[in-house]
Design a protein around this ligand. Structure first.
Ligand code: B12
Length: 267
């Protein structure tokens, strides 16, 4: 078996089980490489045999073969919900996929505090805000609050982190000035509203301001929000970006790793 193929987890190691082909990765339905998958969608028509056939035809137009509409339900007046099952012939070369991702290994609360104590040898300082017009604070609070999020303690709980949450609708310049005053190591910006790309414009404005004042390299710049990603954040000039499902320990892990990397580079 080559390095690009392996048996699925838990599969008995005998010849009847086809190995995963990473160079031609296909959905798994009933058997390896069968390309079978389930799709759900809604059509704005009442359930009927014609609606069912329309759903099947749409799936065939999407490239599915051996199509079966396995469920059709009235979703509301004039709408039908479908569950379709079919197979595709497309595959992707998993070995060629590269993703720009945050450079860190996620660690737990104790490990992070210990790393700060032993490698950075002082408390680290993190400041954060929701900037511009954006008033959504729940995500930012989830990162900062003592109680944290989904059982993961917030930054204020870490004995080795001094954390300051400035709250909502903070102008970029006020956040930067507060970061200078605090002598912060990292700045965390939350952006939830994305209407007219205001999240992108806000983040870019922040970085233009930081550049203008000569503060770009003074801080680790991090953004977060439901429609933010690491690549988008980097595109806006920041160092890292975090999206949905982020836990405080994720961002703390990154800050610590990045600070250690910067310390190593200075040596
Ligand atoms: C609660 C809420 C509000 C509350 C906010 C209260 C508060 N104190 O935050 C109120 C009622 C004030 C509000 C107002 C508005 N809202 Co609102 N709101 C929501 C709602 C229902 C939930 C958001 C939320 O709390 N999510 C829970 C948190 C935990 O998730 P999160 O933010 O994604 O955070 C996680 C990650 O993204 C990440 N993260 C977030 N920030 C950061 C930062 C860093 C540094 C890091 C590392 C990670 C990180 O970690 C978090 C945990 O994993 C959403 C809809 C929805 N279901 O999402 C709409 C929603 C965000 N609101 C929306 C809108 C349009 C508005 C208004 C403009 C409505 C209006 N016309 O007045 C106003 C805007 C006011 C303003 N000036 O910003 C839209 C945004 C659409 C868009 N794409 O732009 C949404 C999506 C609703 C919708 N479907 O239309 N809203």
């Amino acid at each position: 078996m080559s390095k690009d193929s392996f048996l699925p987890y838990g599969a008995p190691n005998h010849s009847s089980v086809k190995p995963v082909d990473l160079k031609n990765l296909k959905p798994y339905g009933d058997a390896m490489n069968d390309g079978r998958m389930q799709v759900n969608f809604t059509l704005p028509v009442e359930p009927s045999p014609e609606a069912q056939e329309a759903a099947a035809e749409l799936m065939r137009k999407m490239g599915f073969v051996d199509v079966k509409i396995v469920d059709m339900q009235k979703a509301s007046e004039g709408f039908s919900f479908f569950v379709g099952y079919g197979a595709i012939n497309h595959s992707v070369d998993f070995t060629k996929i590269t993703v720009l991702k945050v450079e860190t290994v996620f660690k737990g609360f104790d490990e992070i505090n210990e790393l700060i104590r032993t490698k950075i040898k002082r408390k680290i300082r993190i400041i954060g805000a929701t900037t511009g017009f954006d008033a959504h604070t729940v995500g930012l609070d989830a990162m900062f609050n003592m109680k944290g999020y989904k059982g993961d303690y917030g930054l204020e709980r870490y004995p080795m982190i001094e954390a300051k949450n400035m709250g909502a609708q903070v102008p970029n310049i006020e956040l930067l000035e507060a970061a200078i005053k605090m002598n912060a190591d990292a700045i965390m910006v939350s952006q939830v509203v994305t209407e007219k790309d205001c999240h992108i414009n806000n983040l870019k404005d922040l970085m233009v301001l930081a550049d203008k004042h000569g503060w770009r390299d003074r801080f680790i710049f991090i953004s977060g929000g439901p429609r933010l990603s690491h690549p988008l954040s980097v595109e806006c000039g920041l160092d890292a970006g975090f999206g949905t499902g982020t836990l405080p320990s994720h961002v703390a892990s990154y800050v610590v790793d990045e600070l250690i990397r910067r310390l190593e580079r200075k040596k």
